[in-house]
Design a protein around this ligand. Structure first.
Ligand code: PLP
Length: 360
């Protein structure tokens, strides 16, 4: 039976990456060592690291005006690092709240900064949630930066365009990075925990405009300091070497299949297929307006939630794993990141239709 893993993260990695990693597991590049056994300062490892940096730069078309940092602490580590590094003298920052993760980012940032948090989610006449247009976002020009989360992993709400304001824009792209084309120049800083579209958990990527590096003061914890991390090529301390190696393999895989542009087309096809099956049925529903429907995380509900358990256990019997919705939203959630093939979405839709036929 083919297994399809719909986990929101840590998520499925591409089969080709797993096969390559397995082949190289104990002997990387004739070194006689696994990548995880190499010194992070060795020539062999620096090669891996440099290729990882080159991979993400190529995929996102990142200019030399930006630095790429590999850091510890996951997405939440960046919830602290962003305000600690980027606040200016008045300590002000604006946080757009569009769901659960942007809310958590506010809770952390409030420990270090004077945060204005504004909820920009409304509900339309059909009862569907949508994000208000950027011209409704009231960003004080005195703010050190604007923080937002373009893809709310839990809520299934995605914002596809970049907000443009006179303050640096910071985006938590943990669950959307590399899923569609972006213009990095629209952002002061992009960060992402790796465990969705990049690789395994344990590493996060920060893409930061060089001119913002001067904001990092010496008084913040060294491990979270962007300037120090950049000056040390992400090797101020021992980096998560194996996770970075796997990220490099994922970048190679994505480049080989045509980069983000080609992947975006596949992602649109996958998401449209699933949303259309949900919309056509009276048994399943999704409550996000079309313009903000996430292409990566698709929550849906059964007409009768007493059937949820049965749905999940039968799905699992059919090789369709980790479809349980986040506990604060309930229902189901299919996370269909880059590595989840169209065939997986097709198998899910076929299962959903059969379940509806036999249970509705
Ligand atoms: N931000 C977003 C959008 C996420 O989806 C997640 C985790 O799923 C996080 C932040 C937190 O990441 P971590 O668990 O790596 O701290």
């Amino acid at each position: 039976m083919t297994v399809y893993n719909f986990c929101a993260g840590p998520a499925k990695l591409p089969d080709e990456v797993m096969i390559k990693a397995q082949a190289e597991f104990r002997d990387w590049n004739n070194t006689g060592c696994s990548v995880m056994e190499l010194s992070h300062r060795s020539k062999s490892y620096i090669e891996v690291y440099d290729q990882a940096v080159a991979g993400i730069k190529k995929l996102l078309n990142i200019s030399d005006d930006y630095s790429i940092l590999f850091m510890h602490g996951g997405g939440r580590g960046q919830f602290s690092a962003v305000p600690l590094n980027l606040i200016t003298e008045n300590k002000k920052a604006h946080y757009a709240v569009t769901g659960s993760w942007s809310k958590s980012a506010v809770a952390e940032a409030e420990k270090f900064a004077d945060i204005t948090a504004a909820d920009y989610v409304s509900t339309d006449e059909q009862g569907n949630k949508f994000v208000q247009d950027f011209d409704k976002w009231q960003v004080d020009p005195q703010s050190g930066f604007l923080h937002y989360c373009p893809n709310e992993t839990v809520d299934g709400i995605e914002i596809f365009d970049a907000p443009k304001f006179d303050v640096p824009v910071v985006a938590d792209m943990s669950s959307t990075i590399l899923s569609h084309q972006i213009n990095v120049n629209d952002y002061g800083l992009i960060y992402a925990g790796a465990q969705k579209n990049i690789g395994p958990s344990g590493v996060s990527i920060v893409v930061i405009k060089n001119e913002l590096l001067s904001r990092s003061s010496d008084s913040i914890p060294s491990i979270l300091n962007y300037k120090l991390t950049a000056e040390n090529g992400s090797m101020f301390n021992t980096p998560p070497t194996y996770a970075i190696y796997l990220a490099k393999l994922v970048f190679d895989w994505l480049i080989e299949r045509g980069g983000v542009e080609a992947q975006e087309k596949i992602n649109i096809k996958k998401a449209e297929y699933l949303y259309s099956a949900i919309d056509k049925s009276d048994f399943y529903s999704n409550h996000i307006a079309a313009s903000n429907r996430s292409r990566m995380n698709i929550p849906f509900f059964l007409a009768n939630d007493e059937l949820d358990k049965q749905f999940l256990s039968q799905a699992e019997d059919n090789g369709l794993l980790a479809l349980k919705g986040h506990r604060i939203v309930g229902g189901m959630r299919a996370s269909i990141y880059n590595a989840l093939p169209f065939e997986g979405v097709k198998a899910l839709v076929e299962f959903m239709q059969e379940f509806e036929r036999t249970h509705a």
